[in-house]
Design a protein around this ligand. Structure first.
Ligand code: ATP
Length: 234
């Protein structure tokens, strides 16, 4: 795997239980790249993302992600793999019973940060990166949807991941707020990480065109500049 390669898949098959969802998946994604993952409902976008963070096993083909070979990764190595991957979902998944700061503290504690000063500093840094420097004391329900998604992105950045996997991160947001989130995710990719984002939002893709992968008929197709209108191959 080249030094700057973050994801390298070679002839990978993706299964849900014993059902083959995707096969012959061969692609690579490098440092600094932003890539969309599109395809109709049920075509395997989430399954592919789950495979990349070792929530689904690799039994056929090869998958190397942030330096881990997923074909022979050991269960005890999975938390270390996930520390190098930031994951962002459509529904934010913040803990509703605690403040923004405490949501972030929770993750740092769970991932072994013991030095409180360093942890506080890190939290300040990531909140600043997502434009929420002054909102750490707020409870999630006191924030707008876009702000909650920014907190989720801040949380994903805590351990300085090499890769961000985002599963429809703008799915619950209005168009203007979605653009803000996209700008943020692009900035994150430009800072030397890779971002892979599953989406159904073609309007956003037109506004922020970049390399696009498409799940279709059990395969993953690639286009360097999107696929034009939904359903057609540019
Ligand atoms: N936990 C599961 N157990 C069994 N089959 C599943 C499971 N999750 C998904 N599947 C099946 O795997 C296939 C791919 O689903 P997946 O969720 O990856 O699609 P998707 O492209 O992400 O869809 P969407 O756009 O609706 O999120 C579907 O046929 C789905 O029914």
């Amino acid at each position: 795997m080249a030094l700057d390669t973050i994801i390298e898949l070679n002839n990978l098959s993706v299964y849900q239980r014993n059902i083959l969802v995707l096969s012959e998946v061969t692609l690579s994604i490098g440092k600094g790249e932003f890539v969309y993952l599109i395809g109709k409902t049920g075509t395997g976008k989430s399954s592919l993302l789950k495979t990349l963070y070792a929530d689904l096993p690799v039994n056929e083909g090869e998958a190397e992600v942030v330096g881990y070979n997923l074909r022979n990764i050991k269960q005890k190595e999975v938390p270390y793999l996930r520390r190098k991957i930031g994951i962002v979902f459509q529904d934010f998944q913040l803990l509703s019973d605690r403040s923004v700061n405490d949501n972030l503290v929770f993750v740092l504690k769970a991932t072994g940060w013991k030095d409180k000063e360093a942890a506080d500093e890190r939290i300040k840094d990531v909140l600043e990166k997502v434009g929420l420097k002054t909102k750490g004391f707020k409870m999630p329900h006191q924030l707008s949807g876009g702000e909650q998604q920014r907190v989720a992105i801040a949380r994903a950045l805590l351990n300085d991941p090499e890769l961000i996997l985002a599963d429809e991160p703008t799915g619950n947001l209005d168009p203007e707020t979605s653009e803000g989130i996209m700008t943020l995710l692009f900035e994150i990719s430009h800072s030397g990480r890779a971002v892979l984002m599953a989406t159904h939002n073609y309007a956003l893709m037109e506004k922020f065109p970049t390399r696009t992968l498409k799940c279709e008929a059990g395969k993953v197709l690639t286009s360097e500049n999107g696929f034009g209108q939904p359903g057609s191959i540019a």
